[in-house]
Ligand binder design. Structure first.
Ligand code: FAD
Length: 279
């Protein structure tokens, strides 16, 4: 069982647990992006097992009227084993999810995976007329060109700042630089994308920038944040009529994910300490 502290960030270990969390989330008008925790598999059995888990999940979501979709990591469904394994498993997930009317996000991992991820998403996005979306990272110098390519592909695009420690040859390293590029890329998306913009950020400055751009351009958009992060603000935004999606990880590999969330912010670490010491 997931201890009380970790369950602020992770919605249980099972599909049933994640779906029941989604039900409660929807009551606050927040939709859920369900992610099975797992990455960097080097043997096929693990990649296939997580693919099966996504197939079970989309069937379950498809049989309800809950506001939910899924998000998949390329290395979780076989990218480290081979491009063909990744494409084969993504194909299975996208085909079943499209039959069940469940949207599929593809997370973006480090820059060595960007080409193969975008190639697959462009192909499946066209084939399903937009039932697939992809994440792109403002810290990568290539992203403005990638967005030009994605502007012609049906499907949504999530803009994030980027979670991977990339080399300076391919990435902006200064936070101020990444923030400024994020703003520029958002403006490009609002001006060039017909729909399907997802603002993947907890940053109040980026969210307020996105809301002003939406007023200026009238383009539909959504905001996405992680489970356990600024949840009051997530509910406030939903109550103000913003389309709000929460990224909801679950599964038995919760410890590493929880540990990362605690380490990345002092407030989370203090929160963890208080829960343990009772202070
Ligand atoms: P930061 O630049 O980290 O912080 C800016 C401000 O935001 C802070 O000063 C604070 O006011 C607020 N804030 C940020 N974090 C917190 C917190 N924990 N608690 C309270 N306030 C906070 N990265 C990838 O590389 N690939 C992906 O596929 C990917 N998918 C993502 C999906 C979603 C839905 C989200 C939200 C993020 C995803 N990321 C992904 C991570 C992303 O790249 C960033 O590393 C992460 O979101 C931190 O950047 P930020 O814009 O949220 O804010």
């Amino acid at each position: 069982m997931i201890p009380p502290l970790a369950n602020n960030f992770v919605a249980g270990e099972t599909t049933d647990g994640a779906v029941s969390y989604l039900e409660s989330l929807n009551q606050d008008d927040v939709a859920g992006i369900l992610n099975v925790l797992g990455e960097h598999y080097t043997n096929r059995a693990e990649a296939d097992a997580d693919t099966e888990e996504y197939l079970t999940l989309v069937s379950q979501l498809g049989s309800t009227d809950l506001d939910g979709c899924i998000s998949v990591k390329p290395s979780q469904i076989g990218l480290d084993i081979g491009d063909d394994v990744f494409r084969e498993n993504l194909d299975r997930i996208v085909t079943t999810a499209t039959e069940q009317d469940v949207f599929v996000w593809v997370d973006m991992e480090d820059h060595t995976t960007t080409d193969v991820t975008l190639d697959a998403v462009c192909e499946f996005g066209r084939r399903t007329d937009g039932n697939v979306g992809v994440c792109v990272q403002a810290n990568l110098k290539r992203t403005s060109e990638d967005l030009e390519r994605l502007a012609d592909v049906p499907g949504k695009v999530r803009l994030v700042k980027g979670a991977y420690n990339e080399p300076a040859s391919v990435a902006y390293k200064k936070k101020s630089e990444v923030d400024s590029v994020y703003r520029e890329l958002l403006e490009y998306m609002f001006s060039e994308f017909d729909d399907g913009i997802a603002v993947g950020s907890h940053d109040p400055a980026m969210i307020s920038h996105a809301r002003s751009l939406a007023d200026e351009y009238g383009t539909p958009y959504e905001i996405q944040m992680l489970m356990g992060v600024r949840e009051d603000e997530q509910r406030n935004l939903a109550a103000a009529g913003v389309e709000m999606w929460q990224y909801v990880p679950y599964g038995d590999k919760w410890f590493q994910y929880f540990y990362r969330r605690v380490r990345e912010r002092k407030e989370n670490a203090l929160f963890a300490l208080r829960a343990v010491t009772g202070l």
